[in-house]
Design a protein around this ligand. Structure first.
Ligand code: NAD
Ligand code: DAO
Ligand code: ZN
Length: 369
């Protein structure tokens, strides 16, 4: 079938809106009509060329929501008409990783997904007879996409696509890092580096679990107001701090953060996030993705004296199990999404979403089809 897609032909170039061909679902695959997709920093990271796994030409996008239109042979968990959120971290419930409660990193289709291919080793997208690659197993910058059955979460049908698409990455990544990865306790002091689409969700996750001080760190003062509305209690602009940021944060938290979260992807702030943690027990969670080849460093004595460095992918969430619950939280008013969706646009204007992100003017832009 013909589908409308934003194609990334090469790193550093704008996406081009084109009609591409999409083959139907094969065994254990589903065809999904994408109704809305968010544009995340990670799409920009891949498009920039900094992503070591970035491959071209490809159809980017990993933060979508839509409706199953067709299922391939063997599919049992969803049917045409079901509303779904694509999962860049699938959940097969059978692999060694899915069977280990310590991780959410299902590996059953990891090798082909990393090559931009479906599990049978081929692409379903093509342009003028030449393959166009999938991205993160999701490729939501198209009005139709094909996914493995294990890479869709079935969600309730009364939830609005243009809001719940954000649960496909940013919301789950931020809230999940607090709830699943760090397991932040009520009364904790939390420091969040970066108040973008991920950091704001860390903040609302911290408020949800009853954190005490929730300190946001960002160079852009325009992020302050929205962050406060999501529960930030103190704002720190590093550019306005006299002297070193780390001792300033240690002082503000009364000895160091119980938990810190790095939501920028900068190795300098990763170090600051670790070192502002409380001696003896403070834990720092890296969420941000740094550029290819970059390395983190600290003095090992920081770890010897009880600080812990950890990472979190997709908020430690198991998508098919946890994502429908997060949609319920949104529909029940337990979490908020709408104010973070600052811009909505048609596919034809998707490059504007990248411009707004780079200019620091948006939290989330959403393309609706
Ligand atoms: P974003 O661009 O919306 O937000 C980043 C924020 O950091 C901005 O508000 C910016 O002003 C601020 N900032 C930049 N440099 C700073 C500095 N030196 N000091 C203080 N503040 C600074 O990005 P986002 O969409 O929130 O994504 C954040 C990171 O999370 C990215 O690296 C993204 O790739 C990553 N990410 C990780 C996962 C995961 O599962 N681990 C999932 C999604 C995104
Ligand atoms: O299992 O090796 C693996 C890869 C898991 C991918 C997790 C991706 C999380 C970070 C990228 C940001 C996604 C938007
Ligand atoms: Zn698995």
């Amino acid at each position: 079938m013909d589908v409308r897609a934003a194609v990334a032909h090469k790193a550093g170039a704008p996406l081009t809106i084109e009609t591409v061909q999409l083959e139907g679902p094969k065994a254990f695959e589903v065809l999904v009509e994408i109704k809305a997709t968010g544009i995340c920093h990670t799409d920009a990271f891949t498009l920039s060329g900094d992503d070591p796994e970035g491959l071209f030409p490809a159809i980017l996008g990993h933060e979508g929501a839509g409706i199953v239109r067709e299922v391939g042979p063997g599919v049992t968990s969803v049917k045409p008409g079901d509303h779904v959120i694509p999962l860049y971290t699938p959940e097969c419930r059978q692999c060694e990783y899915c069977l280990n409660p310590k991780t959410n990193l299902c590996q059953s289709i990891r090798v082909t997904q990393g090559k931009g291919l479906m599990p049978d080793g081929s692409s379903r997208f093509s342009l003028n007879g030449k393959p166009v690659l999938h991205y993160m197993g999701t490729s939501t910058f198209a009005n139709f996409t094909v996914l493995p059955e294990i890479a869709v979460a079935k969600v309730r049908e009364d939830a609005p696509f243009d809001k719940i698409c954000y649960i496909g990455c940013g919301v789950t990544t931020g809230i999940g890092a607090v709830v699943n990865t760090a397991k932040v306790e009520p009364g904790s002091n939390v420091v969040v580096f970066g108040l973008g689409g991920i950091g704001l969700n860390v903040i609302q996750g911290a408020r949800l679990v009853g954190a005490d001080k929730i300190i946001g760190v960002d160079l852009n003062p325009s992020k302050r107001e929205l962050a406060e509305s999501f529960g930030m209690t103190h704002f720190v602009n590093p550019a306005e701090v006299e002297g070193d940021l780390v001792p300033y944060l240690v002082d503000l938290t009364g000895g160091g953060a119980d938990y810190s979260f790095e939501c920028i992807g900068n190795t300098t702030t990763m170090r600051q996030a670790l070192e502002c943690c409380h001696k003896g027990w403070g834990e720092s969670i890296i969420i941000g993705v740094a550029g290819a080849g970059q390395e983190i460093s600290t003095r090992p004595f920081q770890l010897v004296t009880g600080r812990v460095w950890r990472g979190s992918a997709f908020g430690g969430a198991r998508g098919r199990t946890d994502v429908p619950k997060i949609v319920d939280w949104y529909m029940d008013g337990k979490i908020s999404i709408d104010p973070m969706i600052t811009h909505t646009m048609p596919l034809e204007e998707i490059n504007t979403a990248f411009d707004l992100m780079h200019e620091g003017k948006s939290i989330r832009s959403v393309v609706t089809f």
